[in-house]
Design a protein. Structure first.
Length: 388
């Protein structure tokens, strides 16, 4: 060896502009421990060799003076293996995948792929609003680790998409704990305008250089995200009106939303962006109608929710059997070429039906429990939920 391990660690740390404290934070050790390694009064524990190599983006051989190679392939392999056992609707499979990613992160603590995926998985598991994905007794510990990962991403990424995702995670985690001022402070770091997007700007470049098909794909992708954002904001806006004692305004928000979706998708069965588990916006509209004393209108919407579920699952079955080539959800010229559309056909249709049925247990529907029409709608939901 031309260098001792201590001098290699010191050189690599300095080349990457890191302090001993920053390196210690990433390895979850003390700063004095790093100092001892570099001064060669002690050596890293064998369990720290792979994490050290990952932080510096080199092979373990490099720490001993023998060559260099990236850990990218190993990290991607970890993510691939973690995703193999996922079963939508089964929390245990998601916890197992999370644990595999965390184990990989222990070996490669500075790998951006593992760090970002660990944060996103952790965020899904530690927020109560995520329903069946909430990790229960493990949620608090996962939340703490997720916050640590988000801060590490911000420290290394500074800007770009990874940094935005990390800030989003901090907003959600802070809000979950009731730290609203902190969450608002982070929220103010986001762009004000919704048109400052990658797709829009790439399409501008593509159009100028005459690559019109690429421009169309970029714009379809951008519009797909716009629709997702619009539906999510509309759902929240309706809830804001409803909780502030304005149910008529809430109903109007959802009615406009459905008008827009009908204009975009015509007679096809669109993606359910806000809550694809069970057509959430139908139930939100029903809640607003009931708060306004419009019981029949609420029942109309519940019937549409059940009908939608039947159509949605039928389209999934056709796609799986190959009877609907090209993607039944993407006939609309607005989103046909979208690169962002996620495929929901991986999940069992029984999961969607079960989620739909659970919506009928919502307390706001209590005024309808004795209504014969509601009983028939609920019976139909139970019937389709029992279908294979």
């Amino acid at each position: 060896m031309s260098e001792s391990m201590g001098s290699v660690i010191r050189r690599l740390r300095r080349e990457r502009g890191m302090t001993q404290e920053e390196l210690a934070e990433r390895l979850n050790v003390s700063a004095p421990a790093v100092s001892k390694w570099e001064n060669e009064t002690s050596m890293p524990d064998i369990s720290q060799i792979v994490p050290l190599a990952s932080v510096f983006g080199v092979s373990t051989d490099s720490l001993f003076g023998f060559g260099d190679r990236s850990t990218r392939e190993d990290a991607l392999s970890v993510l691939t293996e973690a995703g193999k056992g996922l079963v939508y609707g089964e929390l245990d499979t998601y916890l197992a995948a999370y644990d595999r990613i965390i184990a990989g992160l222990a070996r490669y603590p500075d790998n951006p792929f593992l760090l970002l995926n660990a944060m996103e998985f952790g965020l899904s598991l530690c927020l109560k609003e995520n329903g069946w994905l909430y990790a229960g007794d493990r949620a608090d510990a996962i939340a703490k680790e997720t916050e640590r990962q988000a801060n590490l991403i911000l420290h290394t990424a500074k800007a770009g998409q990874d940094a935005l995702q990390a800030r989003q995670a901090l907003i959600l985690l802070s809000t979950e704990r009731g730290e609203y001022d902190r969450a608002a402070s982070v929220a103010r770091e986001f762009p004000i305008r919704s048109d400052l997007t990658q797709g829009s700007n790439l399409a501008y470049v593509d159009m100028r250089r005459g690559e019109y098909e690429d421009a169309a794909a970029d714009l379809c992708t951008d519009l797909d995200y716009v629709i997702q954002h619009m539906e999510d904001d509309a759902a929240r806006l309706g809830q804001a009106y409803l909780k502030s004692g304005k149910p008529e305004e809430a109903a109007a928000v959802y009615e406009i939303l459905f008008e827009v979706l009908r204009a975009v998708y015509r007679d096809e069965c669109p993606w359910r962006y806000h809550d694809f588990d069970s057509g959430d916006c139908y139930f939100l509209l029903a809640e607003a109608y009931l708060a306004s004393g419009k019981q029949e209108e609420a029942l109309d919407v519940l019937e549409k929710a059940v009908l939608y579920e039947e159509r949605f699952c039928e389209v999934i079955r056709k796609e799986r059997s190959g009877r609907t080539p090209g993607g039944a959800f993407h006939r609309s010229t607005w989103v046909r070429l979208s690169k962002a559309a996620a495929c929901l056909t991986f999940a069992s249709t029984s999961v969607y039906r079960t989620k739909l049925l659970a919506k009928f247990d919502a307390p706001f529907l209590d005024p309808l429990r004795d209504d014969p029409r509601f009983a028939k709608i609920r019976e139909k939901a139970e019937r389709i939920a029992s279908e294979s």
